[in-house]
Design a protein around this ligand. Structure first.
Ligand code: G3P
Ligand code: CA
Length: 280
């Protein structure tokens, strides 16, 4: 607890159990990602994140999907970012267009204007990152995953930090990546930006990995989390963010391990299940 307080704040949780959210900011007010984690920690509940928005009900990573996740009461939304051939930050999960759009080939081989002409489902187009930031600001925290592996986008980190600064969104957003060298680059560029280290396996020393990358958050697949891992990351002053928690088994494991944030592709159903747990 003492290390948590040094890193995330001086307040102690009111209850060890997850409790329903009592306060939600709306309108022009903004709340930093760090404050969102601290407030949820005080309330003894996890933050709920819409993974790619609300893809269970709308085309993933589209403005419609993100708006739906916000309407469903998510605290955070998560999106995936690439660079177009003309160096614009564009939101799509895969390095290729084929699965989620009517386009073909690599994202990096198209200009932003070309990419936005493709149908991303139900007439939606691929959003620019700036549009997603503007949608999220004042409503939810935005978690931006940069897709720097296996294809790398030189200069993506600089472009991202410049955009966050220009929009006044550095502390309202977090950046996460499976490509840990990017986290080190970002930490050197912007000390105030929250960074999350993505990991699919269960390393021997997860907290050391997190610290070495300069990250504040350790973000594993839910099945690569266990209670000692959560304890170790908390003792190192970090938070644990898991994904994708989409069924009862994953929810049950989260109830046992108590991560600090939970990202789901089904924010309506899983959000309700987590709130029901917290209220009981
Ligand atoms: O937030 C982490 C998670 O999104 C990583 O997996 O493949 O769904 O982007 P992926
Ligand atoms: Ca992602």
């Amino acid at each position: 607890m003492e290390v948590w307080e040094r890193k995330f704040g001086s307040r102690r949780p009111q209850s060890p159990e997850w409790l329903p959210c009592a306060v939600r900011l709306t309108g022009a007010l903004t709340q930093s990602i760090r404050d969102r984690y601290e407030d949820a920690h005080d309330e003894g509940r996890p933050l709920i994140g819409g993974h790619r928005g609300n893809p269970a009900q709308h085309p993933e990573n589209t403005l419609r999907s993100f708006s739906s996740a916000i309407a469903a009461g998510c605290d955070l939304i998560e999106c995936d970012v690439h660079l177009s051939s003309d160096s614009r930050l564009i939101v799509i999960h895969d390095h290729t267009l084929d699965r989620t759009t009517n386009g073909r080939g690599l994202v990096r081989d198209h200009t932003a204007a070309e990419l936005r002409r493709f149908d991303a489902g139900q007439g939606e187009h691929l959003p620019l990152l700036q549009e997603v930031i503007e949608l999220a600001l004042g409503k939810v925290g935005l978690v931006i995953e940069i897709k720097q592996i296996p294809i790398q986008y030189p200069g993506l980190e600089e472009k991202l930090v410049a955009m966050l600064r220009q929009l006044g969104a550095v502390q309202e957003c977090a950046v996460v990546s499976f490509y840990h060298p990017s986290l080190k680059i970002l930490r050197a560029m912007e000390p105030k930006l929250q960074l999350g280290l993505l990991e699919g396996a269960r390393p021997i020393e997860p907290a050391r990995m997190m610290r070495e990358a300069g990250a504040d958050v350790y973000s594993p697949h839910w099945g690569a989390m266990d209670p000692p891992l959560v304890k170790e990351v908390h003792a190192a002053g970090g938070a644990v963010a898991v994904w994708p928690v989409d069924d009862e088994t994953a929810v049950a494991w989260c109830r046992l391990c108590k991560p600090d944030s939970i990202f789901t592709n089904r924010p309506v159903e899983i959000g309700a299940a987590l709130r029901a747990t917290a209220a009981s």
